[in-house]
Design a protein around this ligand. Structure first.
Ligand code: FAD
Length: 405
């Protein structure tokens, strides 16, 4: 089993070990899923990258330095997919809002539809009788990780073979994935369903599964639905319009400041903390906001460990907040004598929703929420308005902008 220790040092070590495999070996082998604890061709860095215990730009710079632009191209592109999805959701926040309301409706419908509830329960507990699917459901729950190809097959079978609501599958992933991320997960599911690249659903194919699981699974063709169309008819209005990027308040030097660390970005030491008059530092436990249903213990343990590691690195007294009553944020900052809260940028997702709920009490207390946006995000997001191709075309410019900074 892969040992996911939730620290920056463990992420750095994992990355260093993978550098020799970021070139051609990655490009040629990355589609093969070798199974739990046996991934050789992919990095398994996602729980670290998700929380910025490892930075995308460091992974990309290491790949380029070791292998050169041609051989590292595929790895670099995959890392940039994450930034693309994050930027895409920033620019279409309506898609996140409709996922949340649609999920609530799907969960409510389960209370009325006993057959659907039974089918969903069987899918989540690995009891459908389809060997590969059942093994991936178990692997996800037991390890908190699935290979990218397994995520695609699983989502496709969930939607098209089992005919289950896609948001319930996305929620199952989100509650269990150590790397669970509002953008990559929601948009990954939407992509498989044919809602992202509209009209192009991803069909799980029996031969493809046999080949890319190195023969571990050999489903019959007849086990899997033939996918002739995606779910685009369920969203007849198409994609919502692209919004401008949200404007933000930068932390002001010299102001009494409360420093907030969340698992959106656990490397606050990268920012200019010395310029701030820091009165209090707190970590915020928030992963339970991912879903109305209970979160996997693996995810909450990883989050708690990552936050503990983050606060150690800034050398502050551990102080822990829990994202419950949103008014608690203003109370903490006020008690510390702060007039601003500084935190790395919080992207679209459950934590952003919670901070939006906290906004009135912060305003009432005269506290400004200030965010740092990383150069990496600022370089990718302006291009994340349509398909990945637009970002891909701009990769040389993005890298120029970020790696020289
Ligand atoms: C249905 C579905 C749900 C997904 N949910 C998530 C999620 O919640 N969180 C998440 O981080 N990724 C998600 N992904 C994307 C991808 O599967 C994982 O990022 C990848 O499998 C992580 O494994 P790795 O670190 O070994 O990847 P590697 O292949 O080693 O890639 C290196 C890094 O690049 C990024 N990356 C690679 N592929 C993708 C991709 N397709 N999309 C976005 N980023 C990518 C990740 O940060 C990854 O750690 C999802 C994909 C699908 C199809």
């Amino acid at each position: 089993m892969t040992d996911f220790t939730p620290t920056r040092a463990a992420g750095d070590a994992l990355m260093a070990e993978f550098i020799p495999r970021m070139g051609r070996r990655y490009a040629n082998g990355r589609n093969t899923d070798h199974g739990p604890g046996a991934q050789k061709a992919v990095s398994v860095l996602s729980p670290y990258i998700r929380r910025r215990l490892v930075l995308e730009q460091d992974a990309v710079a290491a790949a380029l330095a070791a292998h050169g632009p041609e051989d590292a191209e595929k790895f670099v592109q995959e890392v940039i997919w994450r930034g693309y999805f994050k930027g895409w959701l920033e620019r279409r926040p309506q898609v996140w809002a409709s996922y949340r309301s649609g999920l609530n409706a799907d969960l409510a419908a389960l209370d009325r539809d006993r057959r659907m509830r039974r089918d969903v329960d069987r899918a989540m507990t690995g009891q459908t009788g389809l060997e590969c699917f059942d093994a991936w459901a178990t692997e996800l729950v037991d390890t908190g990780y699935l290979h990218n190809h397994a995520r695609m097959w699983f989502a496709s079978i969930w939607i098209f073979t089992l005919g289950l609501p896609w948001r319930l599958g996305a929620d199952f992933f989100y509650r269990h994935l150590l790397d669970g991320d509002a953008a990559s997960n929601t948009l990954g599911w939407r992509w498989v369903a044919g809602l992202h690249t509209r009209g192009k659903p991803y069909p799980a194919d029996a031969q493809n599964i046999a080949t890319f699981t190195a023969g571990r699974f050999t489903p019959r063709r007849s086990d899997l639905a033939e996918v002739t169309q995606g779910l685009e008819a369920t969203e007849p209005d198409g994609l919502p319009s692209v919004q401008p990027l949200r404007s933000l308040n930068a932390p002001l030097p010299g102001q009494p400041t409360a420093l907030l660390i969340t698992d959106e970005d656990c490397r606050v030491e990268d920012f200019n903390l010395a310029a701030l008059d820091i009165r209090s530092v707190a970590t915020l436990i928030a992963s339970h906001l991912r879903s109305p249903l209970p979160l996997s213990d693996l995810v909450s343990d990883f989050e708690a460990g990552a936050l503990a590691d983050a606060i150690l690195r800034v050398g502050a007294e551990p102080m822990q907040l829990q994202a419950g009553d949103p008014a608690a944020l203003a109370k903490w900052a006020t008690a510390a004598g702060a007039t601003q809260i500084a935190t790395p940028y919080i992207t679209q997702g459950p934590l952003r929703d919670w901070l939006d709920e906290a906004a009135p009490s912060l305003a009432l207390a005269g506290i400004t929420l200030c965010e740092w946006r990383r150069d990496w995000d600022a370089a990718i997001w302006p291009h994340a308005t349509a398909g990945f191709f637009k970002v891909k075309q701009n990769i040389p410019r993005i890298l120029e902008q970020v790696l020289r900074a």
